[in-house]
Design a protein around this ligand. Structure first.
Ligand code: ADP
Ligand code: ADP
Ligand code: MG
Length: 651
């Protein structure tokens, strides 16, 4: 076994590789970009080497720098993870030329599967069923559209160098063919520097079923199938193993075809053979066709691990270090059912827009495996894929595993960014999905229902309002404030752009009646827990002006700062007042000081929240009316600016 390996990747996959290597007693070297200095994979590794700037081209794609880092740190092998350099045969050649081991297939095997057209031709020769279509060299428009007519519509145009769903167009009518071809070509040119395409029959009720294979360079075994039909725009969203409705005949036929594909190219290591399946008449052994082979570990490999008990990274390290295949085909069995959901920082209602943010809070649920590259406090940066984690559940039955997935999604707590948790939750609760009626159009068909974010309940809004005024935390009871005698205040929150005004009537530190619209929620403290109308309050996290209530999937509220409003309303007034009762924490203004509009003059702590008091205009401080540490009432004058009559609007 290797003593030291270098992991040429980042994020969850780098962490996942380190996990297994550590268990096997193998030392790990991480590489990182400027954006990842404090990343989890760097913290987990035994050593870490900086390789450049945040853009992948300046770091994680710099093969030479990565090889140099491996040589410098005494690593014997490089694990590429997925993405980045994992399917780059020139990198494999360079790794081997440097006397290092590439933990994966040979450059030759990667080249054989690198282009979809050549791979299809090769598979056809090996007797593996391929999707009917044209995958020849003639790229003339007339020839390709003629091929489409011969195949029969609908057809799919695919970039031969494609990946991640790019350079792919579905064409349903001949008259749309030319435009679709143009746009597929230009996308392929930009993304892959290769605008060659192939034409395929578009399979009806398509299901994406792929087979995990593992080779030692000569022979291969398969570790059964995964169903990845739940896709959005050809991108996988939830994956599972085994495939619902799979029959023994079809599994045997697909497994054999996948093993034949791997053995034909002398495959070593973990790989995935992707098939498209016609699901319109149930699963039948003659209705699956080869699409492509991914010559690397796949994002969704954990579902296979869950049902087979095999650690695929352990197998990768064992095979790459010269050991044979750890198990024979007849020793591999399926145990139960597993799901994986890809949790992303993305704004689903805004068209699944990738989101960023600092994770103010992150808690993964019990009862699920969470593969992640981030911790609470980490940043989801704009430089990389906004994945937060993969959540994997296992159960004896499909229904059991799916129930666990639903529960895991509900119990997952993420604050500091928007996520696709509610969308994943809606999918996990989808009736057709629960019944195993999966196909690649399921999400698109039901998108309108699936993207609806649950509206906040009055109890969520009430809780957020109480958090905004700082009465939820234990420490508040010991502050000695006596602000409750009966105090009514209005809190302004914002949720998805809508402003919500909430009236809080505080009866005591332990009892508040919160009016949300025409509903009044009774918030009472019982022991050290809060109850809303007699029900246990959901968990809540406050970070800065953002409150996240963990009542199903996390509902975020922005606190609209009353001081901002006060400052705005005050306009050009000379006196800065306390808009609510509180403690003057800090006074920075000095008499005679020149200030600019927006400068911070003092800080007021009101019910455990700090608020900056800002100058409402340019001017000179005439008088400071309070001292630090003073308790002030709402409306108390704190700082007076010299009246400046030269500014016409103050007259
Ligand atoms: P597949 O559909 O083949 O399983 P994935 O959905 O896992 O592929 O990813 C699509 C493409 O994007 C693949 O080429 C994969 O290698 C790449 N990819 C996915 N996630 C990342 C990531 N976090 N960093 C870099 N590349 C990635
Ligand atoms: P990529 O390299 O982008 O992963 P694939 O060839 O694997 O490209 O196709 C991606 C997805 O597109 C598949 O998972 C499937 O949902 C859909 N797809 C591909 N080929 C077909 C086809 N012939 N008929 C129907 N759907 C297809
Ligand atoms: Mg694919």
């Amino acid at each position: 076994m290797f003593e030291t390996i270098l992991i040429a990747n980042r994020g969850e996959i780098a962490c996942r590789v380190i996990d297994t290597a550590r268990k096997m007693g193998v030392r790990c070297v991480a590489v990182y970009s400027d954006a990842d200095r404090a990343a989890r994979h760097v913290a987990m590794a035994d050593r870490a080497v900086h390789i450049g700037g945040p853009a992948p081209a300046d770091s994680y794609l710099r093969g030479a720098a990565i090889i140099e880092a491996a040589l410098e740190t005494g690593a014997q092998a490089i694990h590429p993870g997925y993405g980045f350099l994992s399917e780059n045969p020139d990198f494999v050649d360079a790794v081997e030329a440097a006397g290092l081991v590439f933990i994966g297939p040979s450059a030759k095997a990667i080249r054989a599967m690198g282009l979809k057209d050549a791979a299809k031709a090769l598979m056809e020769k090996a007797g593996v069923p391929v999707v009917p279509g044209y995958h020849g060299d003639n790229q003339d428009l007339e020839h390709l559209s003629g091929a489409a007519d011969a195949i029969g519509y609908p057809v799919l145009i695919k970039a031969v160098a494609g990946g991640g769903g790019k350079g792919m167009r579905l064409v349903t009518r001949p008259e749309d063919f030319n435009d679709a071809l143009d746009s597929a070509r230009s996308e392929a040119k930009t993304a892959f520097g290769n605008d060659a395409v192939l034409i395929e029959k578009y399979i009806q009720k398509p299901r994406h079923i792929e087979v995990q294979v593992f080779g030692d360079g000569e022979t291969a075994v398969h570790l059964f199938e995964r169903d990845c039909s739940l896709q959005r725009r050809h991108q996988k969203v939830i994956e599972e193993a085994p495939a619902p409705g799979m029959t023994d005949d079809m599994r045997a036929a697909m497994g054999q075809a996948a093993v034949r594909a791997a053995e034909t190219i002398g495959y070593a290591g973990a790989g995935t053979v992707e098939f498209i399946v016609d699901g319109s008449r149930g699963l039948r052994p003659d209705a699956f066709w080869f699409m492509e082979m991914n010559t690397r570990l796949q994002v969704e490999h954990p579902v296979t691990e869950a049902i087979t008990g095999v650690d695929l990274v352990e197998w990768q390290l064992r095979v790459a270090s010269g050991g044979g295949l750890p198990k024979r085909q007849d020793a591999l069995t399926i145990n139960g059912h597993a799901f994986e959901a890809r949790l992303y920082a993305e704004d689903v209602p805004k068209g699944f827009l990738p989101a960023t943010g600092r994770l103010a809070h992150l808690r993964f649920p019990d009862g699920a495996r969470a593969d992640t590259g981030v911790r609470a406090g980490d940043e989801i940066s704009p430089h990389y894929d906004p994945m937060i984690a993969k959540l994997i559940t296992h159960g004896a039955t499909r229904a059991g595993a799916l129930r666990r997935l639903s529960a895991a999604l509900r119990d997952c707590e993420v604050a500091g960014t928007v996520t696709n948790l509610a969308f994943l939750g809606a999918l996990a609760g989808h009736d057709g999905f629960a019944a195993g009626e999966v196909d690649t159009d399921l999400i698109a068909r039901d998108l309108d229902h699936l993207v609806v974010e649950p509206a906040p309940e009055p109890r969520d809004i009430a809780l957020a309002a109480l958090a905004a005024i700082g009465v939820l935390h234990d420490s508040d009871r010991s502050t000695g404030f006596c602000l409750w005698s009966p105090l009514t205040q209005t809190v302004h929150l914002r949720h998805h752009g809508d402003e919500i005004a909430v009236r809080v009537q505080s009866l005591s530190a332990e009892a508040h009646d919160v009016q949300v619209g025409d509903k009044t929620v009774a918030a009472r403290r019982v022991g050290d827990r809060w109850q809303m109308d007699g029900q246990a309050a959901p968990n809540i996290v406050v970070s800065g002006a953002l409150v996240t209530v963990f009542d199903r999937y996390g509902i975020g509220f922005d606190i609209v700062d009353p001081l901002d409003r006060a400052a705005m309303a005050a306009g050009d007034r000379d006196v800065i007042e306390a808009p609510m009762p509180g403690l003057v924490k800090l006074v920075t203004a000095k008499p005679g000081q020149e200030v600019r509009e927006g400068d911070r003059l003092a800080v007021l702590e009101a019910m455990k929240m700090e608020h900056a008091l800002l100058a409402a205009r340019d001017g000179t401080v005439e008088e400071v009316l309070v001292a630090e540490g003073a308790q002030v009432a709402a409306g108390a004058a704190l700082i007076r600016l010299a009246s400046d009559n030269s500014e016409g609007n103050t007259a």
